[in-house]
Ligand binder design. Structure first.
Ligand SMILES: Nc1nc2c(ncn2[C@@H]2O[C@H](COP(=O)(O)OP(=O)(O)OP(=O)(O)O)[C@@H](O)[C@H]2O)c(=O)[nH]1
Length: 538
C-alpha cells in the first residue's frame, strides 16, 4: 500500500512536472520565434530600404540604362544585403546584373510573377520563393520600381535572397540555443521557404494532417499533439509582419523529455526503495502492536471449538484489545444466556415450572444409561391426580391450574434434589429416582409422595383435598429399556386406579407380578366428597 501510494504520488508529480515543463519549453520556443520573426521583419525592411534609397537616387538623377550597372556596383550595401541585385527595364529586359554584367540584354523577366506583381502594384513587393534563372538557386525577390518623371515605371530593381545561403539559415539558427528539433519557414500557400532539409525547399504541401497544415490553419501559438513524420512534436509558429511568411519550430517531445524520462525512472526506483524500507519498518513496528490481536483471534477460535471458557474474555486490560475482548465477552455472554433461556423454555413446563415432556424424553434414556454404567437401580414414578377433571369442572380451570402448580411444588419438595420431576400431560407427572442403592425400600418413595399430598390444597382461598394415584417402576435387573420401564410404571398406576386411587403400587421391570400395592381400602370421607362434586361428566 505504501509502495503503491508512493509510486502513484511520484507518478502524478512527474506528470504535473512534465505538463509544466511543456509549457516552459513552449514559452521559450515562442519567445525565440518572436525574436526570429522580428529579426526577419527588420531584415526585410532594411533590404527594402536599401533598394528604396537606390530607386530614389535613380529617380532624382535619371541615368541611361547602360549606366545603371555602374550605379549598382558603386553601392557596397547591396552586396551585403542581397545575394544578387538586378535591374530590368519596364518591358522586362535585363539592364543591370550585379553578379555578372555579361548577361545584360540576354534575359527578359516580363513573364516572371514578381515582375507582374510589381508593375500591377506600382510599388515594391516581397515575392514568393522561386528558383532563380540566373543562379539556379532557390531565392526570394524583393523588388522596387524606379519611376520616371511622369510617374510611370522606368525600371524595376530586384534584390534576391538566396534561401540556402549559410548566412540566412545561420542567422536564424543562431537565434535558437537548442540542438533538438528544427526551424522552418512556410509561405501562406504552404511552400517551404526554408528547411534544414534543402530538398524540402520550394516544395508545397497544405493538406490536412500535415505539419504545414497545422502551422497555417491555426493562429500564432503552440500545440503539443502534432505529429512530424509520425513522431509526436511540440509545434510552435509565428507569422511575420513584413511578408506572408510563418516561422515554425518542430520540437520532438521525446527529446524534450529525455531528461524527464531518466528522471522518472530514477524517481520510480528511489520511490520503490523508500516505500519498501518504509513498509518493512512499518511492519516491524506494527507486528508487536498487533500481537495481542492475533492472540485474541486464537482465543476466539478456541472458544468456538469450546476449548476455553467465556470468562477468559472478561479482560481488565485498559487498551483497545481489552475493549475488544470485553465487547466480545458481553456479546457472547448475552448470546449464551439467550440460548440458555431458550433451552430452559424448551424444556420447562410453563405452568408449573417442572420439566416438560420433551425434557423427560431426552433425559430419561440418558438417566437409564447412567444407571447402567454405575450399576445402580433406577425408579420411575408415574402420577395422576385423582378426579382432576372434577376439580376443573367444579371450581374452574384456574383452580385446576392452581392445583397443578401446588402439586408440582409438593412433588419437588418431597423428593431429593437429584430426582427429576416432569409434567408429561394434563394432570400426569413423572419422577425419575436416580442413584438408588440395591435393597432400597421403594415403598418409602410412594409413601413420601402420598404424605406430601395429605395437607389440603388451597384453591380460591379455600382448602381442598387432592389425592394422586402413583405407579412406580423399579429396575432391579439391568439393562432395561425405556419402553419397558414406562410400561411397568403404567401397569402399577393402572393397578392403583383399579384399587380405588389415592395410593401407590410398585412394579419391577420385567417381573410377572406387582411388587406392592398400597391399598387405602374403602374410599375415605374425602373421596366420597370428591365423588359427590356436582358434575355430569364426573
Ligand atoms: N386446569 C388445567 N386442566 C388441564 C390442564 N391440562 C389438562 N387438563 C385437564 O385435566 C383433565 C384430566 O382428566 P382425566 O384425564 O380424565 O383425569 P381425571 O379426571 O383425573 O380422572 P382420573 O385420572 O381417572 O382420576 C382434563 O379435563 C383436561 O382438560 C391444564 O393445564 N390445566
Amino acid at each position: 500500500m505504501v509502495m503503491l501510494a508512493t509510486v502513484l504520488v511520484g507518478g502524478a508529480s512527474l506528470l504535473v512536472a512534465e505538463h509544466e515543463m511543456r509549457k516552459v519549453i513552449a514559452a521559450q520556443e515562442m519567445s525565440m520565434l518572436s525574436s526570429a520573426a522580428a529579426y526577419l521583419d527588420r531584415d526585410i525592411t532594411s533590404k527594402q530600404q536599401v533598394l528604396r534609397v537606390l530607386a530614389q537616387s535613380l529617380q532624382a538623377e535619371p541615368v541611361a540604362a547602360s549606366r545603371i550597372q555602374g550605379q549598382l556596383e558603386l553601392r557596397e550595401a547591396l552586396r551585403d544585403e542581397f545575394f544578387n541585385v538586378t535591374a530590368y527595364s519596364a518591358d522586362g529586359k535585363l539592364v543591370a546584373n550585379l553578379q555578372d554584367r555579361r548577361l545584360i540584354g540576354k534575359l527578359n523577366s516580363k513573364n516572371r510573377q514578381y515582375f507582374h506583381d510589381t508593375i500591377a502594384a506600382q510599388e515594391g513587393i516581397v515575392s514568393a520563393p522561386f528558383r532563380s534563372v540566373l543562379s539556379g538557386r532557390p531565392v526570394v525577390a524583393i523588388t522596387q520600381p524606379v519611376l520616371a518623371r511622369d510617374g510611370s515605371i522606368e525600371y524595376v530593381l530586384v534584390g534576391t535572397i538566396d534561401l540556402q545561403r549559410p548566412a540566412f539559415a545561420g542567422q536564424l539558427n543562431a537565434l535558437r540555443d537548442r540542438s533538438e528539433g528544427y526551424l522552418f519557414i512556410l509561405t501562406a500557400d504552404g511552400t517551404t521557404l526554408y528547411h534544414p532539409d534543402s530538398s524540402r525547399v520550394l516544395t508545397q504541401s497544405n493538406t490536412p494532417g500535415t505539419l504545414e497544415h497545422a502551422v497555417l490553419s491555426e493562429p500564432d501559438g503552440w500545440r503539443d499533439d502534432a505529429l512530424d513524420h509520425g513522431e509526436p512534436v511540440l509545434l510552435a509558429h509565428q507569422r511575420l509582419q513584413r511578408a506572408d511568411w510563418t516561422l515554425a519550430v518542430s520540437f520532438p517531445i521525446r527529446d524534450a523529455f529525455a531528461s524527464m524520462s531518466s528522471l522518472r525512472w530514477r524517481a520510480f526506483v528511489a520511490a520503490s526503495v523508500v516505500a519498501l524500507v518504509a513498509g518493512l519498518l512499518a511492519w516491524l513496528f506494527m507486528r508487536p502492536l498487533l500481537a495481542p490481536l492475533y492472540r485474541l483471534y486464537g482465543q476466539v477460535r478456541a472458544f468456538g471449538r469450546e476449548e476455553v471458557d467465556i470468562e477468559l474474555f472478561n479482560s481488565s486490560n485498559p487498551d483497545e484489545f481489552g475493549h475488544l475482548s470485553r465487547a466480545f465477552y458481553q456479546v457472547a455472554r448475552q448470546q449464551q444466556m439467550a440460548e440458555r433461556n431458550l433451552q430452559r423454555l424448551a424444556t420447562t413446563d410453563a405452568l408449573t415450572g417442572a420439566h416438560n415432556r420433551r425434557m423427560f424424553d431426552e433425559f430419561f434414556p440418558q438417566a437409564l444409561k447412567r444407571a447402567i454404567r454405575a450399576g445402580q437401580q433406577i425408579g420411575l414414578a408415574v402420577l395422576d391426580i385423582d378426579y382432576f377433571k372434577g376439580i376443573n369442572d367444579n371450581f374452574g380451570h384456574q383452580a385446576g391450574d392452581a392445583v397443578l402448580v401446588q402439586f408440582a411444588d409438593r412433588l419437588r419438595n418431597a423428593v431429593r434434589s437429584t430426582d427429576t420431576v416432569a409434567r408429561i400431560a394434563g394432570d400426569e407427572f413423572v419422577i425419575v429416582f436416580e442413584h438408588l442403592e440395591a435393597g432400597h425400600d421403594v415403598n418409602l418413595l410412594g409413601q413420601k409422595i402420598v404424605a406430601a399430598m395429605q395437607a389440603p390444597f388451597e384453591v380460591n382461598g379455600r382448602p381442598l383435598n387432592v389425592t394422586a394415584s402413583i405407579g412406580i417402576a423399579l429396575t432391579t435387573e439391568l439393562p432395561a429399556d425405556v419402553d419397558k420401564v414406562m410400561l411397568a410404571a403404567d401397569q402399577a398406576l393402572y393397578c392403583v386406579k383399579a384399587a380405588g386411587r389415592n395410593g401407590f403400587a410398585v412394579n419391577t421391570v420385567g417381573a410377572e407380578r406387582m411388587l406392592a400395592v398400597r391399598d387405602f381400602g374403602a374410599p375415605s370421607k374425602q373421596d366420597k366428597e370428591k365423588k359427590s362434586w356436582p358434575s355430569s361428566r364426573f
